[in-house]
Design a protein around this ligand. Structure first.
Ligand code: ZN
Length: 59
């Protein structure tokens, strides 16, 4: 099992390997990557994270 660094950099082959962790990370997302449109519970998994809540308030 590999460690997840950034969701943004995952390739298709990587996704299979880390799928179980991935499910936990994206199941209750608090952050979205502004560049890649990936979501995560923790901002450390994204390259340009912004909070989902903040984004909703803007709109
Ligand atoms: Zn990103």
């Amino acid at each position: 099992m590999g460690k997840i660094k950034k969701l943004c950099g995952l390739k298709k082959d990587d996704i299979k390997i880390v799928m179980k962790k991935l499910v936990k990370i994206v199941s209750k997302p608090k952050f979205i990557c502004e560049k890649c449109a990936r979501v995560s519970k923790e901002e450390k998994h994204l390259c340009h994270p912004i909070t989902l809540k903040q984004q909703k308030e803007k709109n």
